[in-house]
Design a protein around this ligand. Structure first.
Ligand code: NAP
Length: 244
């Protein structure tokens, strides 16, 4: 299946590392003009060395006002990938209010904010668009030490559905991809321990974690017109984990 985003303008958050970085690069390969939003300047510098056509925006998405100021000049966006997130792991009984607020700020509130900014423009132009939120299998399944992370991704799934409901009439589709573990920096944080990793892969019918490319391919599909009647879905990229 050929996917082309020629003439489309895309924005990817958390594009400095991992899944977001690979998504930004894949979108460029498919012909899109890409704005990469992330927090660490050095990541944007290395991304630009790799792909000079990418437009960099350096901002901490936990900061509502700074985000608004950073994105005001970006211009029209047709395709949005809300990928930036944090995963702070703690046993339920040790969760702190600071951890709760930080996680919800980035994983949920920033998605709402950026999507508002982008979809207001899509609505005004009347050209429609596609938004993909990067959720997780953790939105559907309890994982030890993941109380707040699971809660943020559960909230994100419901946000995706309501956005799909309210933005659909403007031909703006909103979907999520829900990966299992991917061995990025975030994945290594929770799953480097061989015993823990084995316990998780043994619950995945395909018997392995997801590769970054597995996630990117599903994102590209949901962004593209190949999924033009798909709106408000949570697409697992989990080798069957959630089916069991
Ligand atoms: P990653 O390697 O940790 O990369 C996350 C990116 O988001 C980094 O570039 C990070 O920048 C950026 N980011 C985080 N907080 C930010 C903030 N406040 N403002 C701006 N940028 C920020 O993570 P990943 O594994 O690629 O995860 C990408 C998405 O997939 C996330 O939504 C995650 O929840 C989801 N996911 C991951 C897994 C997994 O196992 N890896 C599984 C399921 C779902 P800094 O480094 O500067 O903070």
């Amino acid at each position: 299946m050929e996917i082309s985003f020629a003439g489309k303008r895309a924005m990817v958050t958390g594009a400095g590392k991992g899944i977001g970085r690979a998504t930004a690069l894949a979108l460029v390969r498919c012909g899109a003009e890409v704005t990469a939003v992330t927090r660490t300047r050095a990541d944007l510098d290395s991304l630009l060395l790799e792909c000079p056509s990418i437009r960099p925006v350096c901002v901490d998405l936990a900061d509502w006002e700074a985000t608004e100021a950073a994105l005001v000049g970006v211009g029209p966006v047709d395709l949005l990938v809300n990928n930036a997130a944090c995963a702070i792991l703690q046993p339920f009984l040790d969760v702190t209010p600071e951890q709760f607020d930080k996680s919800f700020n980035i994983n949920v509130k920033a998605v709402l904010h950026i999507s508002q900014l982008v979809s207001r423009g899509m609505k005004a132009r009347g050209t429609g668009g596609s938004i993909v939120n990067i959720s997780s299998q953790a939105s559907h399944c309890a994982l030890r030490d993941h109380a707040v992370y699971c809660a943020t991704k559960g909230a994100l799934d419901m946000l995706t559905k309501v956005m799909a409901l309210e933005l659909g009439p403007h031909q703006i589709r909103v979907n999520s991809v829900n990966p299992t573990v991917v061995m990025t920096e975030m994945g290594r944080l929770g799953w480097s321990d061989a015993e823990k990793a084995r316990a998780m892969t043994s619950r995945i019918p395909l018997g392995r974690f997801a590769e970054v490319e597995d996630v990117v391919n599903s994102v590209l599909f949901l962004l593209s017109d190949k999924s033009s009647m798909t709106n408000g879905v949570m697409l697992p990229v989990d080798g069957g984990f959630l089916a069991c």
